[in-house]
Structures are given as structure tokens and as C-alpha cells.
Design a binder for this molecule. Structure first.
Ligand SMILES: C[S@@+](CC[C@H](N)C(=O)[O-])C[C@H]1O[C@@H](n2cnc3c(N)ncnc32)[C@H](O)[C@@H]1O
Length: 291
């Protein structure tokens, strides 16, 4: 331990030894895939100190003991919710929604004619508090309105149960509208009610979205392939092997011609052969007629 760490530890309410830090980060990694290096020690401390206070514990040593006890299963849920980073916003990385809108218009025009199928399945994987799936829903309603007569489903999954509860509620602070990109203000405003300092999504947007808890590291129970998958700003928290493995699984779960959107800093070192880059962190799966 360095001198500055020692000073910091003396000033902290709870001591956090290297051994405890390693135990907690090891557990977080095995539960979520999230990698927490030494530089994340302050973050881990501040996110868990509150939990220790709520539990009336005196030290991280006691918290680690709790995670080894019979109550571990219940506590790991709190640990995971505390550790995940949930930063998100409406129409984040709005260029993806421009590509989404034009792909939805192609689906609206061609899919039924070519395949007789009027289903559109979209997955927002790592949806956090729901702003991403609501941005997808309002893009559908405003830019490809004929699809509202189709069977359109947005599956919105996350590991963090607190975030899923927020998403299901569909209520956000009025300030969420502050930085909406040009071209999407009406899409949102047509699909919300405003009350005091809050906005609430209307049922027509809400009814398109199905929030479910899913750990991306586990088996995926989906029976059908997706037309579109968003997994943005999630892979950055994982190691290279987990990231490659997930991108391979997303690719397998896409229909031919389907689109995959990743986050702005998630360009791929090892891209599966079946997908090609067509825009900024935007991929399309090869169509059946290719090759
Ligand atoms: C930064 S948010 C991204 C939200 C949204 N996709 C966006 O780009 O604005 C990352 C989300 O990934 C979720 N997450 C982290 N590890 C996960 C895992 N193993 N399985 C499912 N979700 C996970 C977190 O709970 C968090 O809500």
C-alpha cells in the first residue's frame, strides 16, 4: 500500500484493505463481467460505504464476511446494483437513431412484401433506466409510424433491478429534455405527458417495451432472432475475451440484414466475419444472398 493510500485509509470511515478490495472486485467480476482495476478503488469504496452504513456494519471485513455467509445470495443483488454504472440519456449518440430510422423505414417498405412477416424484434441490451429503449420506441412511432400496426417488440434488459424499475415506470426529470438532439424533440414531446418537474412516457411508447432482468454473461432465453440489437456503453466494462464472446453471441442472435449498434468507444478489434461495419460503431449482418 502506498503512503497516500495509507493516509486516505486513515481518513476514511471504513478501512478497505487490498485483500478486501481484491475479494470484492473478484466477486463483481464473476457475477457481472465488470473489471474493476486498482484505479477504481475510490469508486468501489464510495458506492459500497453507503451500503455498509445501511447495514450497520463497522468495516469492509464484516461486509466480506456477510458475502461469505448464508445471506450472500440476497446481498449480491445489492452489490451488483451498487457497482453498475448506469449513465445514460435520451437519444444518446443520436447518429445511431438516424441509422435506426432509415433501417425501420426499409423494414416498413420491404419486409412484409419480401417475407410475409410483420414482426420487428429489437433488443436494448444493458438498457439501464430505460432512456435507450424509449428513444427506440419514439423513433418507431415518429419515423416509421406504419409499424405501429405490426408486431413490434423492444426487449429491454439489464442486470440492475433498480434501473429496470425506473424503466418500467417511464418517468424522468423534465431536465432530460434539455439536450435532445435536433430532429428528435418532436418524437419525444409527442409521446410524453409533462407534470411539474417530470415527464412520463405515454402508453403507446411504453407498450412497445418489455423490461426484463438478464445477466449478459448467462444463457439467453430468446427463442427468436432480432432485427436490431443495441448494446451500447456496456462492453467497455468487460475484459477483451468477454467482449469478443458477447459480440459473437449478438451476431448469432441477429437476423440476416439485422443491425448491431455498439457504444462510441466500443469499436471491435476482433469482428465476427458475418457482420460488417457500415457507420460509426454500426454493424450489419450479411444477408442470406451474400457470398
Ligand atoms: C452505462 S449503462 C449503458 C446504458 C445505455 N445502453 C446507454 O448507452 O446509454 C451500462 C449498463 O450495463 C449494465 N450491465 C453491466 N453489466 C451487465 C451484465 N453482466 N449484464 C447485463 N447488464 C449489465 C449496467 O447495469 C448498466 O445499466
Amino acid at each position: 500500500m502506498t503512503r497516500s493510500n495509507e493516509t486516505q485509509d486513515r481518513q476514511r470511515e471504513f478501512a478497505l484493505s487490498n485483500k478486501e478490495f481484491e475479494k470484492l472486485t473478484g466477486l463483481v467480476h464473476s457475477l457481472t463481467g465488470i473489471v474493476l482495476g486498482e484505479h477504481k478503488k475510490d469508486m468501489l469504496y464510495s458506492r459500497l460505504a453507503r451500503r455498509l452504513r445501511d447495514l450497520g456494519l463497522q468495516s469492509f471485513n464484516q461486509y466480506c464476511a456477510l458475502l461469505d455467509s448464508q445471506q450472500a445470495a440476497k446481498e449480491t443483488g445489492f452489490l451488483v446494483n451498487a457497482i453498475t454504472t448506469n449513465l445514460t440519456k435520451l437519444y444518446r449518440e443520436s447518429h445511431h437513431f438516424d441509422s435506426l430510422a432509415s433501417y425501420l423505414q426499409t423494414i416498413q417498405k420491404d419486409k412484409y412484401r419480401k417475407t410475409g412477416d410483420k414482426t420487428v424484434l429489437i433488443w436494448s441490451a444493458g438498457c439501464s433506466s430505460g432512456e435507450e429503449p424509449y428513444s427506440i420506441a419514439t423513433t418507431i412511432l415518429s419515423k416509421a409510424p406504419l409499424l405501429s400496426n405490426w408486431n413490434v417488440k423492444i426487449l429491454a434488459t439489464d442486470l440492475d433491478t433498480n434501473m429496470l424499475a425506473k424503466g418500467r415506470e417511464g418517468v424522468y426529470p423534465l431536465s432530460s429534455l434539455d439536450s435532445l438532439p435536433y430532429g428528435y424533440k418532436t418524437a419525444i414531446k409527442d409521446n410524453i405527458q409533462t407534470k411539474d418537474t417530470e415527464i412520463k412516457f405515454r402508453d403507446r411508447a411504453k407498450s412497445l417495451i418489455h423490461f426484463k432482468q438478464l445477466n449478459l454473461l448467462h444463457e439467453w432465453p430468446m427463442k427468436h432472432k432480432f432485427d436490431i440489437i443495441f448494446c451500447r456503453n456496456v462492453l467497455i466494462y468487460f475484459d477483451a475475451e468477454t467482449k469478443d464472446n458477447l459480440v459473437q453471441r449478438f451476431t448469432e442472435n441477429l437476423r440476416p440484414d439485422g443491425m448491431l449498434f455498439l457504444g462510441h468507444s466500443e469499436s471491435l478489434m476482433h469482428k465476427p466475419e458475418e457482420i460488417k461495419l457500415i457507420g460509426k460503431t454500426t454493424y450489419v449482418k450479411e444477408s442470406l444472398s451474400d457470398g
